[in-house]
Ligand binder design. Structure first.
Ligand SMILES: [Zn+2]
Length: 123
């Protein structure tokens, strides 16, 4: 892969990493024992019954958002790790180079379009 393109993708990934960490930090705290693990904070709207009910709903929303963002962050970190170890842009199934256009559109892609189609539903 061209160095220029790789540098561009790395910048995108680093920006994504910063954005995701910031978003997570806005409603979740880091696990003291594992800094890669975030834990959504329980909201406090008040002590009335309807406020407590809203807290439960808001907390469930936070938990599902937390998991989505954590998954994205994990993918971004994996991709950065691959760039660092010179293994980026190669399909994890067939070992062929992934189309640069696809990588630019979705820098966390770890499989080529052909394999993605083949394994659709499993990935
Ligand atoms: Zn492939």
């Amino acid at each position: 892969m061209e160095k220029e393109l790789l540098a561009k993708i790395q910048t995108i990934l680093e920006q994504d990493k910063t954005r995701l960490e910031k978003e997570l930090a806005s409603f979740a705290g880091r696990n003291a024992h594992n800094k890669d693990d975030y834990q959504a904070e329980y909201p406090d709207f008040g002590s009335e019954i309807d406020e407590n009910a809203q807290e439960v709903i808001a907390f469930e929303d936070r938990l599902s958002l937390e998991h989505t963002l954590e998954d994205e962050l994990r993918d971004v970190k994996n991709a950065l790790q691959k760039i660092a170890s010179d293994a980026y842009g190669v399909c994890k199934y067939c070992g062929k180079e992934i189309d640069p256009e696809r990588l630019l559109a979705r820098p966390t892609s770890s499989s080529c379009v052909d394999c993605k189609k083949k394994f659709k539903g499993e990935l």
